[in-house]
Design a protein around this ligand. Structure first.
Ligand SMILES: Nc1ncnc2c1ncn2[C@@H]1O[C@H](COP(=O)(O)OP(=O)(O)OP(=O)(O)O)[C@@H](O)[C@H]1O
Length: 273
């Protein structure tokens, strides 16, 4: 098992009772961003299936046997009609939801075999989430919103560094109400990446934004991917965004119907909205 895998296993097995009184550096271990021996993929799924309903209501096959292999370090855009299963996949990969059958792995670790406690640790230590609505605390500044995460993370990056990375070094002491939607979303991205997660899962991160602010958010995602090799999965209804991706996955009726690699990628500023 890789060094990275071993450190993750260690954490996933950690019991909260055992850890409660230890300094935080002792109860979690850092995940190296670059480890030659780690699993060749960041996520893998095998026959991943999610059913909703039943017991008198119609069964919805939200995911219907999804097989995927996502290498490290890519920006992956997930496209598909409403209801095709994109969010369901992201939620299972992020440890927010359980599959009905099939398997999913994060590196060497089977997500679908994790206990709830292990899923909590996995989410806390390895996954950054960005949603359409930014979920910032209105009474806290940008710096303080990000510090909510860095205060409890193992080996976080400095708050100012996280905010500078998303182009907000001059907004550290602004409150959410003093920032544009794009700036608020970039604070949310800074908050998500400040704990140095291995993956950033983004569900419609530009869905509430106009083109100018939306492009600034895409730039921030690209910055994170370029700077740290963080795998970035982006669900979007804006098909133009696929131009910045390494890999584009299309969903239809809970199935993956196409996976395409972009030979050339556009920088966000060249994407037509
Ligand atoms: N909690 C739930 N209970 C019942 N059905 C659900 C639930 N969550 C999702 N579904 C159904 O599962 C299917 C897939 O939903 P999902 O949200 O993954 O699609 P999506 O591609 O992300 O859609 P959108 O682009 O509109 O967000 C849909 O038919 C949806 O109605």
């Amino acid at each position: 098992m890789s060094t990275q895998g071993a450190s993750v296993s260690h954490k996933l097995k950690a019991m909260p009772e055992q850890n409660a009184d230890r300094p935080k550096a002792a109860r979690t271990a850092p995940i190296p961003q670059s480890s030659a021996a780690r699993a060749p993929f960041v996520f893998r799924t095998d026959g991943l299936t999610k059913l909703y309903g039943g017991k008198g209501t119609a069964v919805v096959r939200a995911l219907d046997g999804v097989d995927l292999d996502l290498p490290h370090g890519e920006i992956v855009v997930l496209l598909g009609p409403s209801g095709s299963g994109k969010s369901t996949l992201l939620n299972i990969l992020g440890g927010l939801d359980h599959a009905t059958s099939g398997k999913a792995w994060f590196q060497d670790h089977e997500i679908t075999a994790m206990t709830d406690r292990q899923l909590t640790l996995y989410r806390r230590d390895h996954v950054g989430f960005v949603f359409q609505f930014y979920n910032l605390v209105p009474s806290l500044t940008a710096r303080e919103n990000v510090a909510l995460v860095t205060d409890v993370a193992h080996d976080p990056m400095p708050v100012a560094e996280a905010l500078a990375l998303v182009g907000l070094k001059d907004r550290l002491d602004h409150f959410p109400a003093q920032m544009s939607g794009g700036e608020q979303q970039r604070v949310a991205i800074a908050r998500a990446i400040a704990k140095r997660p291995a993956v950033l899962l983004c569900d419609e991160p530009t869905g509430a934004l106009d083109s100018k602010t939306g492009l600034s958010v895409l730039n921030a995602l690209k910055q994170v991917n370029d700077a740290f090799g963080t795998a970035v999965l982006v669900i979007t209804h804006n098909a133009n965004i696929q131009r910045m991706a390494h890999r584009v996955i299309r969903f239809q009726d809970g199935k993956v119907v196409d996976v395409a690699l972009n030979e050339t990628r556009l920088p966000p500023e060249d994407i037509e909205w």
